[in-house]
Design a protein around this ligand. Structure first.
Ligand code: NAP
Length: 301
């Protein structure tokens, strides 16, 4: 700590449910490494895990939770319904699959992984199932991911419950101001995926990517605080009121990414990081239909 008042690691969702702002991601965490990574994260102090049916590691996330020995009620568990389970009955059943694999009775946050632009009526039906699960107390909050403002507008026009969260690609090279404005207008919390820019440097995802981790401005700000670029990016998210869910399977980096509560970025530094936005998406375009995604079934629990 360098004498700084720690910011809180707690956010309140639009339905009053409290959620740790800093979560732990497990996309591309191999199943055989996931339980150990989740156990390490929980022992480090993380109390929020973000997984997805499509990551095929919900079972190992559950195992890591049990191994860590942290009281389950202290852990905020978030997962996502994959598009092949969209539709009302299918999504109700997706809840059974997810809870069966995770070994929990109730989920803290269940979100739709992405809009299915070519089957939007099934996306809406899936969200109606989330509303039912919420009404029955089987999930504490519901939300969406990769929803652009027009997807949100269509969803809000057809459903009752405003999503608590919109999980979107969000790092200094892609800050999605229009989506954040739409989220803010409706009281939806932004949750950053690839919060430290993983999608700009994942190995094997194309050599033409420019790694945000190596950005000179971030490096300079990090040096000024005796911190790393990853810590600076996470602090930037939390100081601007967002949730962030960095992924790592490396114990040193898991600890590094949690050690962000003892320093503070100035308003000028936050603005300099905002200024790095290139407006270029690295992940898939949520408006492009990818019917092949419906061909990936999610196994039973
Ligand atoms: P990320 O968390 O921004 O970055 C992860 C990458 O950075 C990994 O390659 C990791 O490797 C490396 N890393 C972690 N900490 C580091 C550090 N301190 N210094 C240097 N490298 C570091 O990217 P992400 O995994 O794409 O996003 C995070 C989470 O968001 C995912 O795990 C998933 O839960 C969620 N997500 C959601 C969507 C969606 O469509 N909703 C899409 C993508 C991701 P090591 O493991 O080797 O440390």
């Amino acid at each position: 700590m360098d004498g700084v008042e720690p910011i809180t690691n707690e956010l309140t969702l639009n339905n009053g449910v409290r959620m740790p702002a800093l979560g732990f991601g497990v996309f591309q965490s191999p199943p055989e490494e996931t339980a150990a990574a989740v156990e390490t994260a929980l022992r480090t102090g993380y109390r929020h895990i973000d997984t997805a049916a499509a990551y095929h590691n919900e079972r190992e996330v559950g195992e890591g939770i049990r191994r860590a020995g942290v009281p389950p009620e202290e852990i905020f568990v978030e997962t996502k319904v994959w598009v092949s389970d969209y539709g009302y009955d299918e999504t109700l059943h997706a809840f059974d699959k997810a809870t069966g694999k995770l070994g929990v009775e109730r989920l803290d946050l269940l979100i739709l992984h992405q809009p299915a632009p070519d089957r939007f009526e099934r996306t809406i039906a899936a969200y109606r199932a989330l509303e039912t699960l919420l009404g029955d107390g089987r999930v504490r909050a519901i939300g969406v991911s990769n929803f652009m403002p027009h997807h949100l507008a269509e969803l809000l026009a057809a459903t009752e419950v405003v999503p608590a969260v919109n999980q979107i690609e969000l790092h200094p090279y892609f800050t999605q101001p229009e989506v954040r404005a739409a989220d803010a207008e409706h009281g939806i919390l932004d949750q950053a995926w690839s919060p430290i820019g993983g999608i700009t440097f994942y190995p094997g995802w194309g050599e033409d990517r420019r790694s945000v981790m190596e950005d000179p401005t971030l490096q300079e700000i990090a040096r000024a605080h005796g911190r790393t670029a990853a810590q600076v990016m996470l602090r930037w998210h939390l100081q601007q009121g967002r949730s962030a869910i960095p992924k790592s399977t490396n114990p040193g980096r898991i600890a590094e990414n949690f050690d962000i509560f003892g320093f503070e970025l100035s308003a000028e530094e936050l603005a300099r990081i905002d200024g790095l936005d290139r407006g270029v998406r690295n992940g898939p375009d949520p408006d492009v239909a990818r019917p092949e995604r419906f061909a990936m079934p999610i196994p039973e629990a």
